[in-house]
Design a binder for this molecule. Structure first.
Ligand SMILES: [Zn+2]
Ligand SMILES: [Zn+2]
Length: 285
């Protein structure tokens, strides 16, 4: 029974990502369907959407949600307490360097990957995004697990400077790690080509779950302290989510968060409570 719920728990995350990406893709399709976007416009769009959404979502979580104590308390996914460690203030040089890096990445990715038009079929998009999140999770798992081996550890240490993670730790990584993680993320589009509306949706939703995953909160996509535990324990939980860690037995069991956005955890909790109360009844009788 526990295995079944764990499987549903992982599936829920993948499905949520696929559904959210599909919905956002429909919006971008509606916006760009009748417009001819040339190469430079696509690069600028891809870069700006990634950068603006990264800062906007990060500041929304850190400055708006976390400024409200009752909301933070309600949403917190952190179980293991860590020493407070605030994320350093942004500097102009840091922002400019980061933006140059992501503009170059956008330019190279769109130059190398072939463009395709996949249209707005809901089923096709859902299938595409489901494949992408499972593949991205697997590629990230492999790369991240390698980062934690002796020869590659140096590449990854910058990301682990924070145990008390803030949303922006999501982007706190060395240049080599940035390049490798970006390649693992966009690998399928080098093989199957990119559709600009799908790429924009993937970038936006990717930023949301990545920033949320580092915020120590469970808001929409992140239903546990899975990645929080990775930052506190250093070992285990190498994936974006727990599926591949369960498969390869590297999971530090996360504490599942109950909430309206996480129906599997609620159902699991309800059934466990029901079983417990019925076994107590049997014992009493
Ligand atoms: Zn790590
Ligand atoms: Zn991290």
């Amino acid at each position: 029974m526990q295995k079944f719920f764990n499987c549903c728990f992982e599936l829920e995350f993948y499905l949520k990502i696929a559904i959210a990406c599909t919905m956002v893709q429909q919006g971008f399709y509606f916006l760009f369907n009748n417009i001819e976007l040339n190469f430079i416009t696509q690069v600028l769009l891809y870069w700006l959407l990634g950068s603006i959404s990264f800062y906007a979502i990060g500041f929304f979580i850190e400055k708006f949600i976390k400024s409200k104590d009752n909301l933070t308390e309600k949403l917190t996914a952190r179980v293991k307490k860590v020493k407070k460690q605030s994320f350093p203030a942004f500097t102009l040089t840091g922002i400019i360097t980061g933006e140059i890096k992501s503009l170059i990445a956008a330019l190279i990715i769109l130059y190398l990957a072939p463009e395709v038009h996949r249209g707005n079929s809901l089923l096709l998009n859902l299938g595409w995004f489901l494949m992408r999140i499972v593949a991205a999770d697997f590629c990230f798992y492999v790369a991240h697990r390698l980062f934690h081996t002796k020869p590659f550890l140096k590449i990854h240490l910058k990301h682990h400077e924070f145990q008390d993670t803030s949303s922006f730790v999501a982007g706190h990584k060395s240049l080599v790690e940035y390049i490798i993680v970006t390649i693992t993320d966009v690998l399928p589009i080098f093989i199957f080509g990119y559709d600009i509306t799908q790429l924009c949706a993937w970038t936006l939703i990717g930023n949301i779950y990545n920033l949320e995953g580092h915020s120590s909160l469970s808001i929409f996509f992140i239903p546990s302290d899975f990645h929080d535990l990775h930052h506190t324990n250093f070992n285990g939980n190498y994936g974006i989510h727990g599926f591949w860690d369960r498969v390869f037995k590297t999971l530090n069991h996360p504490t599942k968060k109950l909430g309206i956005m996480f129906p599997v955890s609620i159902l699991e909790n309800k059934i466990k409570t029901l079983k417990l109360s019925s076994s107590v009844d049997v014992e009493v009788s």
